[in-house]
Design a protein around this ligand. Structure first.
Ligand SMILES: Cc1ncc(COP(=O)(O)O)c(C=O)c1O
Length: 491
């Protein structure tokens, strides 16, 4: 059916190996399934297509695949992408701290680039500087404004910088939110001037036009002006060697009829790059793509059960009410206009179809429905109660936006999660339990009934009405120090 979902002997199969019907029967629903080999397949697939395109165009630069971890920070996911050969793109201070931790553990290799994007508050620049000082030299800070440059250029060790082009995301005017990223040409000139006399170099030009760009011609046409800008800057800055087109590479995860010629796109991009570099007499840069959705969207699936059917309002489709929350599981269905998720029944493919909307039985929110009002309903078998449905393409952004591991809307618990991975040529699985009521209560501050409430913290000594001996103040301060739990991640 797609490059990640197939139907074999009446069963739905994820990655051709994970039988959704068997798992639903064995574990019940709701259930989350994560098939990590799909991530490896995505990374290797793109690397192969880039190699093919480079051969076809005799492209002189290399191609770097970076995983945009913001799509899914889960440890298994990031580790799998790195093991497949990906470089690492960060979006936040915490992300750099995770990378630092992985680098210390040897999971992020010294030759893998860390490409640091986004607007950088001091704790983000500090995390970058700490990693650089600790010895990871392959860090490229892509500047989003001049303040962060001022903070980072103080580093006594040589730093590699990138500049993000502000214009790139605004050229097609599709998403106003892109306007807040990056530098103008004038600000880039300030960066170039500011690097003079420092040990640092400008190595990367970053131009990202959007996300899930399914029209290859539009992708290229929109990038063309950025490639020219790169070439002009390269004429003045000989250390520039990477052209990074950011995210935007589309995933197959959201539509059954998805088609995108990845090799064709990369071939056209390399041809364009080569022609413009020739025109400007500059060398062909190494190409970098930052792949978020493309890497992870299609590696995971949710399974839900229809527990109740309700007649819809006059002229409206009926409701299939499920044992989960759409808002929690696929928040983009509410946040992103026109966002679609492939929704398939496990059984009943030969039954008559019925137009329905899904509604959540785990929240009492009128917005917790899919598809949204005004959008076409789903066509699912008329099997009603007991129909099990798979919602596909949920591996990118959904859990991060929803706050994986947290307390969710109407305390809808996260379901049991089964993670499949390849170990020594064998597919192995790990089962993580569903969130429990006790866990949810602890997350939002309820004490376990078995434990005594925590002692209240005394008022700060300076606010006490009578003077307190210095020795006692010191003892109190020690006791009041807040506990910071970092789960093994360096601060
Ligand atoms: C700088 C940057 N790179 C890469 C990505 C990943 O984009 P996508 O998920 O479209 O691959 C994003 C997403 O917001 C981004 O902001």
């Amino acid at each position: 059916m797609t490059d990640f979902m197939s139907r074999q002997q009446g069963h739905l199969m994820l990655g051709g190996r994970v039988d959704l019907n068997v798992l639903a029967a064995r574990h019940g629903t709701p259930l989350e399934l994560a098939y990590l080999p799909q991530i490896t397949r995505q990374v290797h697939g793109m690397m192969g297509w880039a190699a093919q395109a480079a051969r076809a165009t005799a492209y002189a630069g290399t191609f770097l695949y970076a995983y945009a971890t913001k799509a899914n920070f889960a440890a298994d996911v990031v580790r799998t992408a790195l093991e497949a050969g990906a470089h690492y793109e960060t979006s936040a201070a915490a992300d750099v701290k995770i990378a630092h931790h992985l680098w210390k553990q040897g999971i992020l290799k010294a030759d893998r680039y860390l490409i640091c994007n986004g607007s950088k508050e001091p704790h983000y620049t500090d995390a970058i500087l700490r990693l650089r000082r600790a010895g990871h030299a392959a860090v490229i800070s892509v500047l989003d404004d001049l303040d962060e440059f001022a903070a980072l250029r103080t580093c006594p060790l040589p730093m590699q910088f990138g500049v993000r082009e502000r214009e790139a995301g605004n050229r097609d005017g599709a998403h106003l939110g892109n306007d807040r990223f990056g530098l103008t040409a004038g600000e880039m000139a300030d960066v170039v001037a500011g690097l003079a006399g420092t040990p640092h170099t400008l190595v990367m030009y970053h131009a990202m036009i959007g996300s899930q760009v399914e029209d290859a011609d539009h992708f290229l046409t929109t990038l063309r002006a950025s490639i020219r800008n790169y070439c002009e800057l390269r004429q003045r800055v000989p250390t520039l060697r990477f052209f990074n087109y950011g995210g935007g590479t589309p995933t197959s995860g959201y539509r059954l009829d998805f088609e995108f010629d990845y090799t064709g796109f990369l071939t056209l991009l390399m041809e364009e790059m080569r022609a413009l570099c020739l025109e400007y007499s500059v060398p062909m840069p190494d190409l970098v793509g930052e792949f978020g959705r493309y890497t992870v969207a299609n590696h995971s699936v949710y399974l839900f059960d229809v527990g109740q059917v309700k007649r819809g309002a006059e002229g409206q489709p009926d409701w299939y009410l499920i044992n989960g929350s759409l808002m929690v599981s696929i928040p983009d269905s509410v946040l992103v206009p026109d966002q679609k998720f492939v929704t398939l029944p496990l059984d009943g493919w030969d039954r008559p179809l019925r137009a329905v909307r899904l509604g959540s039985r785990r929240t009492c929110d009128s917005d917790d429905v899919y598809p949204r009002p005004g959008k076409a309903p789903l066509m699912l078998p008329d099997s009603g109660v007991g129909t099990v449905i798979a919602i596909c393409g949920v591996g990118a952004y959904q859990q991060m936006i929803s706050g994986r591991g947290g307390a969710h809307h109407c305390l809808s618990p996260e379901p049991r999660r089964i993670i499949f991975e390849e170990k020594d040529g064998q597919l192995v699985q790990r089962v993580e339990a569903a969130q429990t009521q006790a866990e949810l209560m602890r997350l939002i501050g309820y004490q376990s009934p078995m434990r005594q409430p925590a002692p209240t913290v005394p008022m700060h000594p300076s606010l006490w009405p009578t003077p307190v001996p210095a020795r006692r103040i010191k003892a109190l301060r020690l006791r009041q120090r807040p506990q910071v739990i970092q789960a093994g991640i360096p601060t």
